[in-house]
Design a binder for this molecule. Structure first.
Ligand SMILES: [Zn+2]
Length: 258
């Protein structure tokens, strides 16, 4: 059967392709229960109130919930013991059963229609970092995974944040040179080993990062192993500042399926 029959086309473009290009214009639909909603709504009132926004207080360097008054400092014990190779970190949501549905809509189902909402959540949570940034760099996926999946969800988030804030992004500064197995069931140490040496700078990256204020962006901060490997690589290009921003933050990595 001809999949590109005239009935499936709009102005000569395949309807499915159009849907994937302009999916964020999908009229009201829940990102969690997928039920139809009025206007451009993305959540029911109950779903929205169930979202666990990651609000202060949190560790300034890894965004884990943390009480700086009780602990007498801005940085948690884990970051003091093993400082990450970046300056500050922010995350929009706590990773839980509800936010994991949003991540899955993006990462597994390739649905773009939540991106505008996600970028607003991120801009609200990380406005202090994003406002002073020169460039956003999404965590790259390997070429093989990119061809199989067809997109990089961190790149999609970066594009949505640019639309929301005007801060540019570049997907070609950092490269994943080694295909790594999925980290879903790995321990923190296994994750470290898994991503060690898996990233490299491109020539373009060396040119664009030097002396600039950079944000490294990913969908989920689990143990930080991938972010640390990327950040160490980016630091070789000597940015003026490097911060980390993620959509969701896992608090108990052992329970994360991502
Ligand atoms: Zn910390």
């Amino acid at each position: 059967m001809d999949r590109t029959s005239s009935s499936a086309k709009v102005f000569g473009i395949d309807r499915e392709r159009l849907r994937s290009m302009f999916g964020w214009l999908t009229p009201g639909q829940s990102l969690i229960s997928h039920q139809p909603l009025p206007g451009n709504a993305r959540f029911t009132a109950e779903e929205f109130s169930a979202l666990a926004m990651l609000t202060a207080p949190y560790c300034d360097q890894c965004a884990i919930p943390f009480d700086p008054i009780e602990e007498n400092g801005l940085v948690c014990g884990a970051c003091l013991a093993d400082p990450p190779p970046w300056n500050k970190a922010r995350s929009a949501l706590l990773y839980d059963d509800t936010s994991s549905q949003l991540i899955l809509s993006l990462k597994r189902r390739g649905q773009r229609f939540g991106l505008k909402v996600f970028s607003r959540f991120i801009a609200d949570a990380a406005g202090d970092l994003i406002d002073s940034a020169d460039l956003i760099i999404p965590v790259p996926i390997h070429y093989h995974r990119l061809t199989a999946r067809g997109f990089n969800q961190a790149g999609w988030l970066a594009s949505a944040i640019r639309a929301e804030t005007g801060i540019p992004y570049d997907e070609f500064c950092l490269k994943r040179t080694r295909a790594t197995p999925s980290q879903g069931r790995m321990t923190a140490r296994q994750r470290q080993r898994n991503v060690s040496g898996a990233f490299s700078l491109t020539e373009r990256g060396r040119d664009r990062i030097y002396g600039k204020r950079i944000i490294l962006l990913d969908d989920v901060y689990t143990t930080g192993a991938t972010l640390r490997a990327c950040a160490r690589t980016l630091q070789r290009a000597k940015p003026a500042n490097l911060d980390v921003v993620t959509f969701a933050r896992v608090v108990a990595p052992a329970n994360s399926p991502i």
